[in-house]
Design a protein. Structure first.
Length: 279
């Protein structure tokens, strides 16, 4: 038993090291004074100063955040609606087709999604004259298309595990379906909805492949900017930029973890109070 525990601990340590050692190395060398990315020349924060004074990086970051927030919001709304339909309406014409269409982007290569989105926008421009040029709108629509799939899967899984007797009890007390959805279902699945939004936001924020197919002149997102710079060689300013992104993501994950934990505790407390009131 002891040998098994040692083996599992060793494998876990190796896995975590394989994942996080490169990230920690990147963070470490972002404070490098030398222009060489992997040669330590002393501690310095000069690259962060140059980074935040670079208007190209700031503009790309603002554009990426706008696209990520907007696409994640719409993807969450559409994904929640699709998840509700698939979880609550188990028998309707076209359900299998809808389920297949929703889950297809999960297994489809991003290159295929990017090419199909590009062809769609080209045909729409020829037929109806919109979009006039590819940029913010086309990138956002493409990100909504593939990120809503992840939201749908998360919400559907949460609804499938949900106790339907709670909704039935609300219906027995005279609540209408839309009231049950607003007052019972949505509050219960709100952690799943928040998780779906965060996942859609993260996927949109770090996407390169689909964005490269649907963008146009003058619309350079932050991941595309990093990719264009990395092709010329990894420099300390790239390490600093990547470190800032890691820090932002870590803060977002920590905040979401706190929010979800509080929501779970509040829900458990409400359930205990309801049980105690019925005794």
């Amino acid at each position: 038993m002891k040998q098994r525990s040692t083996f599992l601990f060793s494998m876990m340590t190796f896995g975590l090291a394989f994942l996080y050692v490169p990230i920690f190395s990147m963070v470490f060398f972002s404070f490098n004074k030398s222009r060489l990315a992997t040669v330590w020349g002393g501690f310095s924060t000069q690259w962060y100063g140059k980074l935040f004074s670079n208007s190209q990086v700031i503009d790309a970051a603002i554009l990426s955040l706008k696209i990520a927030v907007l696409s994640a919001t719409f993807a969450t709304i559409l994904g929640t609606m699709a998840g509700l339909a698939l979880a609550r309406f188990r028998r309707f014409r076209g359900r299998a087709l809808l389920s297949g269409l929703v889950t297809a982007p999960l297994i489809m290569p991003e290159v295929i999604t990017g090419i199909s989105s590009l062809l769609l926008f080209i045909m729409m421009a020829e037929w109806i004259g919109w979009p006039g040029q590819r940029g913010f709108t086309t990138i956002t629509i493409a990100h909504i298309t593939f990120s809503m799939t992840y939201v749908t899967v998360i919400v559907q899984s949460r609804l499938s595990a949900m106790d339907m007797s709670i909704e039935e009890a609300a219906m027995d007390l005279g609540s209408r379906p839309w009231q049950v959805l607003r007052d019972v279902t949505l509050p219960i699945i709100s952690p799943a909805i928040l998780s779906g939004w965060l996942l859609a936001f993260t996927i949109s924020l770090d996407d390169v492949v689909i964005t490269s197919f649907t963008t146009g002149p003058g619309y350079n997102t932050l991941p595309m900017l990093i990719w264009s710079k990395v092709k010329l060689g990894v420099t300390p300013d790239i390490n600093a930029l990547a470190t800032v992104i890691v820090a932002v993501v870590a803060i977002g994950v920590a905040i979401s973890a706190v929010v979800l934990t509080r929501a779970d505790r509040r829900r458990e407390r409400d359930i205990q109070m309801a049980i105690a009131a019925n005794k």
